[in-house]
Design a protein around this ligand. Structure first.
Ligand code: SF4
Ligand code: SF4
Length: 107
């Protein structure tokens, strides 16, 4: 099992979650022309530290909660080489979300 970055992160990518991951398994990239970030499911140790760091609550605790995006995380991380991508600068956590429907819930 692994934590999963869901569709809410697409076009947002605050990247504030990356700094707390003890096993460095969160990787940025572009998906469908928008900035995104995924969790490498083979490396995630389910420590839970990242979830409260996401300002817009884009992370779920299990693959079962969002199987479609769990598969996308797996594919991008492992098949499309996102684990090799360089880290990106985080956005300020109070930066307003870019997309309508997203709101800051973990300021
Ligand atoms: S903090 Fe949330 S929106 Fe930002 S990269 Fe992490 S999961 Fe995506
Ligand atoms: S649950 Fe822990 S190990 Fe998994 S992505 Fe989040 S911070 Fe990293």
């Amino acid at each position: 099992m692994s934590y999963v970055v869901t569709e809410k992160c697409l076009g947002e990518r605050y990247a504030t979650c990356v700094e707390v991951c003890p096993v460095d398994c969160m990787h940025p990239g572009e998906y469908q022309g928008e900035v995104f970030l995924v969790i490498d499911p083979d490396t995630c140790i389910d420590c839970s530290l990242c979830k409260p760091e996401c300002p817009i609550d884009a992370i779920v605790e299990t693959e079962d909660e969002d199987p479609e995006w769990a598969e996308i995380n797996r594919k991008l991380a492992l098949d499309e080489g996102w684990t090799e991508h360089e880290p990106v600068e985080p956005r300020p956590r109070n930066d307003p979300p870019h997309k309508p429907g997203n709101e800051i819930v973990n300021p």
